[in-house]
Design a protein around this ligand. Structure first.
Ligand SMILES: [Zn+2]
Length: 243
């Protein structure tokens, strides 16, 4: 896949032409910068929903450096915005049961119980994967890697995350930062936070300080507080693969 960033007036016109051919019969004529702006705006509104871009571009009758700078397109016709972040939210929960290994954030943790699931039930990697997929506008982890598929029985969730990253890359996007809260009464996960963050950063091919792991108890309340389950919430941002 190739990407091109619009950096001047001539390329802006060319992009208008290219996108016109790709997307809309009525847009084939859209070669002027102002029309290109409207085209990007419509696409943005439709596919990405970045209101600010839509507003910024659709009202513009003449190009500006900013207008030129934000447009990135791929040869698959999927738009990503340079200098923009896409945010995704992920959440997961698994029961704690006897006879299973406890794996959280890709780290095996000593405990008398483990998380129940079709795959390795890594609650943290599942939440992170869903956050990243959500930010890319892709289907969620349950849709992509169904627990009815024997191929994913006891699957390493790190591999599922890597597969999701490949789909995200096809959209011209790459991970930026991830922030995670693991909700667990027992075992205490604080001693493992740094190791988990380092492992997730490795999977994302990001610096370690772009991944933050927090561990919280549930103050003894509900199934989480009674150590019947471990849950994880995650927020992730994606940026253009060009950024
Ligand atoms: Zn899960």
């Amino acid at each position: 896949m190739s990407y091109q960033k619009v950096s001047n007036h001539r390329q802006c016109r060319a992009a208008g032409s290219l996108l016109g051919q790709l997307y809309a019969q009525t847009m084939v004529q859209s070669k002027a910068c102002d029309q290109f702006g409207q085209l990007i705006g419509l696409e943005t509104q439709y596919k990405i929903g970045l209101k600010r871009q839509v507003n910024g571009l659709s009202v513009s009758n003449s190009h500006t450096e900013v207008d030129h700078d934000i447009a990135v397109w791929s040869n698959k016709g999927i738009l990503a915005m340079a200098n923009e972040y896409r945010v995704g939210l992920g959440y997961d929960i698994h029961r704690l049961v006897e006879g299973r290994k406890l794996i959280v954030g890709g780290i095996t943790i000593e405990h008398d119980k483990g998380l129940l699931g079709h795959s390795d039930a890594d609650v943290a990697l599942h939440a992170v994967t869903d956050a990243l997929l959500g930010a890319a506008g892709l289907p969620d982890i349950g849709d992509l890697f169904p627990d009815t598929d024997p191929a994913y029985e006891n699957a390493d969730s790190g591999k599922l995350l890597t597969s999701a990253l490949a789909m995200i890359a096809e959209r011209g996007l790459r991970p930026n930062n991830v922030d995670i809260i693991i909700h667990a009464e027992a075992p205490k996960l604080s001693p493992y936070k740094k190791q988990m963050a380092a492992n997730i950063a490795r999977l994302l091919e990001q610096p370690e300080d772009y991944v933050n792991v927090k561990a919280k108890t549930n103050e003894g309340l509900g199934p989480l507080g009674h150590s019947d389950a471990i849950a994880c919430s995650a927020v992730a941002t994606l940026v253009s693969a060009d950024a």
